[in-house]
Design a binder for this molecule. Sequence first.
Ligand code: IPE
Ligand code: IPE
Ligand code: MG
Length: 232
Amino acid sequence: MKPNHIAIIMDGNGRWATSHNKSRKFGHKRGAKSARDIVRYTGMLGIKYLTLYAFSTENWGRPLKEVDLLMTLFVETLDSEIEDLNDNNVRVIFIGDRSGLTKSLIDKIDKAELLTKDNQGLNLTVALAYGGRWDIINATRLILDKIQNNELNHSDIDEDQLSSLMQLGSKPDPDLLIRTGGEKRISNFLLWNIAYTELYFCESLWPDFNHSDLDIAIEFYTERKRRYGKNV
Ligand code: IPE
Ligand code: IPE
Ligand code: MG
């Protein structure tokens, strides 16, 4: 069966740029192009959920110039893509800590979410200024608020309760997590939600990741036998 929810760590823009003698900015631009293409293709394949890791909590620690150009690129990409995404029935949602984002980016995010909120096609989640640890801490704070307001008791806290307060909320856990760029690590992506996700690491740098790479990743997934700790 094909995956219902694919999550992707889109890594390798910088190395792609270096190997083509281009600036990192150019690499990130090509990365945005790749994301656009893979979103379209995923929708065409009938995959229901796609979650893309665009910027991590730790990416704030990059040189200011690179952070600024990435933030500008997010604004520009939202501007140029949102109508098309909407026309293609894509619902767009952003997850992450918005406190460090500029007002103009937050406004675009709000507008994009509002515009696409009733769309029934691909459910696209963009993780921006997101960290798996931050997500867990944020959910813990929300739980404490609920306890303080007498909306929740200790004994009510279970997996479903915590899941509902995590950033992906009621969305199903990813079935397949793809990381491009050759590194075999999670880099603080969806820590809570990937407990039983199938992991696929590929060498292609994100700007080179194409339809056939995605087909191969999906093929890898269809060959997995998921046991969830059971022995059948
Ligand atoms: C991924 O590409 C994009 C972001 C993390 C924002 P990188 O910029 O990490 O590219 P490499 O890993 O340096 O090649
Ligand atoms: C992970 O890539 C974050 C995103 C793709 C947004 P990084 O390039 O930041 O990860 P590390 O530093 O190699 O672990
Ligand atoms: Mg990287």
